[in-house]
Design a binder for this molecule. Structure first.
Ligand SMILES: O=c1ccn([C@@H]2O[C@H](COP(=O)(O)OP(=O)(O)O[C@H]3O[C@H](CO)[C@@H](O)[C@H](O)[C@H]3O)[C@@H](O)[C@H]2O)c(=O)[nH]1
Ligand SMILES: [Mn+2]
Length: 733
């Protein structure tokens, strides 16, 4: 299917997956197998002879029901995946340059020490350099760190951009992120060398300022700069400070060195006060929606995390292939590009590529109403933030309405005053912002929740996954950071799962079964921790106590287990490899699922519970994007990085110990000539599977002396926990 331009050339096409019919058939068979297993458990439950076997069977029944539910939600992604392709070269045939819609880009940053300003600057420069009518591009940087250091970095960036942008344009450079450009094998003309010196000079100045923790007067040259920094007086802290808005480049006035216009570049640090909620990134985005409405009000909005630089200047044109297509119509809410990462090691030991989350599942959802929003790399139709496609919700002041036309220069007092007032920390009191308008509050995964709510309102979305990555970002490179990130997601997802907007009720009602299930798949991710914890400990502890809990090899039920396990693993692996993944990457990815279940999901669920009971509060713990040299080295060698004594490592290490003990014990029994090998087989297999998966953990306990090994304290606590579990099992079984 395609949409055609006037002369018959398409803007975009899509095709279906050839595997879809097989997948559908497989789902049917697999569901029958699941039902059979649950039937088997129910029978055993009814016929259990002892209390012990009753409880074991009940535990297995619960775990397997959860696995069954999660499996069914993933099948939704396999029912109708589609693959799109767009033809930006045909865009020019239907759109004159003057008709390209304006584009407002939002870049969020929150902490100059975890998110180095030079990286944020690189992200900004990469989008300022888009192949797009320059005067239509405005880049807004939201600084939740409220940091003069970040502002300084952007003042430098505005100056550097005057050289960088024409350099890219005139030399047709595709790599418009300077850091990425200078790292590659670029052609070393004298012009390029000059620019490089300039870039490095900027880097040195910015890094100096960061190191000193303040902007020294030697760096503040002009009068307006002095004035800009004068806001940082005593008492100005990250949590308490007035709004700072600085127009660093103005397309109506500022020119680059070749006398071409510059895109707008605006620094925004919204007002903060300890007394009012700021709603983390969702709050920051809502401020940007309002500030940009007052200043430029572009009909298209791109949201970016600070580490996600643009890797392809054609990206907005690609998005436009969909957004400007009348056939997709006025219901198209957003175009989502996948998150891709640079610097991931060869076999992606922490599964940070998240292939299913960022590629496979979005393709699956694209066959229905479209992918979820993943927080970055997403082009919105500004109108989506103001009610469903057929129900425009007017904001409290007309200047914020999506169809308002801005006719005043962005540096005018009037515009700036209004911009300051809509960035105030109590502006949202008694308004619909965050509830019915804008990015939605109520979940730490504001991206997932907002996309979900928009789709419930009837908005459609499109997944755009061109061969050349549109964006590249940073992935965490040590285990604690990886697990803390998913722990934050866990809390956010559970907030949605158990709200009145739960995808299994509200979602299915609003969007239909398959879309509802797709969203439920994420909302209920964290309950993975229940079956995984059970399977990481129960069969092993039973084995150690000589109790068989699974069918014997000679029983027909055994084959059912084999089918369920192999079927799901092969299907998962196939999806992964067909999408261009390698087998080792897939192996690490499945291992990380188990690791996350025993750490992030478990601890995240506990924190969520404490929070719901009002015992604790939570925050948005920003993922560090700073690279430690030692850690980077080990990461590049594919070595797991534990290092800190995080409680999240304890269940993991205990599971490693218990699995090894059970596996060893099983072998001892086998050598002793136990006559029950058939009955032990499945338990031995599970323990063995656990052991193979835990190899990096054993290495980190025993054979390493570097800083990334598991701290002795963690090992001791884990040993104690493993032993206690054994004792409890011994007494109970
Ligand atoms: O109070 C805050 C906290 C965070 N951020 C920004 O949010 C972005 C994402 O934060 P990061 O620490 O990188 O989180 P990740 O887990 O890597 O991000 C994923 O998950 C988040 C939700 O938890 C989404 O917002 C992101 O878009 C998505 O990429 C960054 O640019 C931050 O600067 C803010 O602007 N204000
Ligand atoms: Mn991130």
């Amino acid at each position: 299917m395609s949409t055609t331009t006037t002369d018959g050339l398409p803007l975009h096409t899509h095709k279906h997956s050839l595997r879809t019919p097989i997948n559908r058939l497989f789902v049917l068979i697999y569901c029958c197998a699941i039902l059979a297993l649950l039937y088997h458990h129910t029978l055993s439950l009814l016929h259990s002879a002892t209390m012990t076997s009753f409880f074991i069977t009940l535990t297995l029944l619960i775990s397997d029901s959860i696995l069954a539910f999660l499996n069914i939600t993933t099948q939704a992604f396999r029912m109708k995946p589609i693959y799109r392709k767009e033809y930006p070269e045909n865009l020019k045939r239907i759109l004159r340059k003057a008709d390209f819609p304006a584009l407002d880009v939002f870049i969020c940053t929150a902490d100059p020490y975890k998110e180095p300003p030079m990286n944020v600057v690189n992200t900004a420069l990469s989008v300022m350099g888009y192949d797009y009518p320059t005067e239509k591009v405005s880049v807004y940087v939201s600084d939740d760190g409220g940091s003069a250091l970040t502002l300084f970095a952007f003042m430098e960036a505005a100056k550097f951009a005057r050289h960088w942008l024409p350099f890219c344009r005139e030399n047709n450079i595709v790599e418009r992120c300077p850091e990425a450009f200078f790292q590659m094998d670029y052609s070393r003309s004298s012009e390029a060398e000059e620019i490089k010196i300039m870039y490095q000079g900027m880097k040195v100045r910015v890094d100096n300022v960061i190191e000193r923790g303040k902007v020294d007067s030697e760096y503040v040259t002009g009068e307006w700069e002095t004035q800009a920094f004068s806001k940082w007086i005593d008492g100005f802290t990250q949590r308490d400070h007035p709004t700072v808005i600085q127009v660093l480049a103005d397309s109506s006035k500022d020119r680059d060195i070749t006398d071409n216009v510059m895109p707008n570049l605006i620094y925004v640090s919204r007002e903060k006060s300890r007394k009012s909620e700021h709603n983390f990134k969702a709050g920051a985005l809502n401020v940007l929606i309002r500030v940009s409405a007052v200043m430029t009000n572009a009909p298209i909005v791109l949201t970016q995390d600070c580490d996600m630089y643009s890797n392809d200047p054609q990206t907005p044109s690609r998005a436009l292939c969909y957004l400007s297509d009348p056939k997709l119509g006025s219901k198209l809410g957003y175009v989502q590009f996948p998150q891709r990462f640079r610097g991931i090691n060869k076999n992606d030991i922490y599964g940070c590529e998240h292939k299913s989350l960022f590629v496979i599942n979005p393709e699956g959802m694209d066959g229905f109403s479209g992918p979820s929003y993943v927080g970055t790399g997403c082009f919105f139709n500004r109108r989506v933030f103001f009610g469903g496609p057929s129900q425009l919700l007017s904001p409290e002041i007309p200047e914020l309405a999506p169809d308002n036309v801005v006719d005043k220069p962005i540096r005018s007092t009037e515009v700036l005053e209004l911009a300051h007032s809509v960035a105030a920390c109590n502006y949202e009191n008694n308004t619909d912002w965050g509830w019915k308008i804008g990015v939605r509050y109520g979940s730490l995964v504001e991206d997932y929740f907002t996309g979900y709510r928009l789709q419930c309102e009837g908005w459609k979305s499109v997944f755009c996954n061109p061969a050349r990555a549109a964006f590249y970002g940073d992935a965490p490179i040590n285990l604690v950071d990886v697990l803390s990130q998913t722990k934050r997601w866990t809390i956010g997802l559970l907030e949605v799962a158990f709200s009145k907007y739960s995808p299994i009720t509200f979602g299915i009602r609003s969007m239909g079964l398959l879309m509802g299930l797709s969203y439920a798949h994420y909302a209920f991710w964290p309950i993975w921790s229940i079956p995984i914890t059970v399977y990481a400990f129960l069969p092993q502890l039973a084995l150690l106590n000589g109790i068989n809990i699974f069918p014997k090899v000679s029983e027909p039920w055994f084959l059912l287990y084999v089918f369920l396990f192999i079927g799901s693993y092969i299907q998962n692996c196939l999806d992964f490899v067909v999408e261009g993944g390698t087998f080792p990457k897939w192996w690490n990815d499945q291992r990380m699922w188990m690791i996350r279940a025993l750490s992030s999901f478990l601890f995240g669920s506990i924190e969520y519970l404490l929070m719901s009971l009002g015992i604790s509060t939570h925050g948005f713990n920003v993922t560090s994007k700073v690279l430690d040299e030692d850690q980077s080295k080990r990461y590049d060698q594919g070595i797991f990085e534990f290092g800190v004594a995080s409680p999240m490592f304890v269940p993991l290490t205990s599971a490693a110990i218990v699995n090894l003990a059970a596996f060893a014990w099983g072998h001892v029994e086998a050598f002793k000539g136990s006559n029950d090998l058939e009955g032990m087989f499945l338990q031995m297999f599970i323990a063995g599977f656990g052991v193979v998966n835990c190899i990096p953990i054993y290495e980190a306990i025993i054979s390493r002396s570097d800083k990334g090994r598991i701290p002795t304290k963690t090992i001791m606590v884990s040993l104690l926990l493993a032993f206690s579990l054994y004792v409890v099992a011994y007494v109970a079984l």
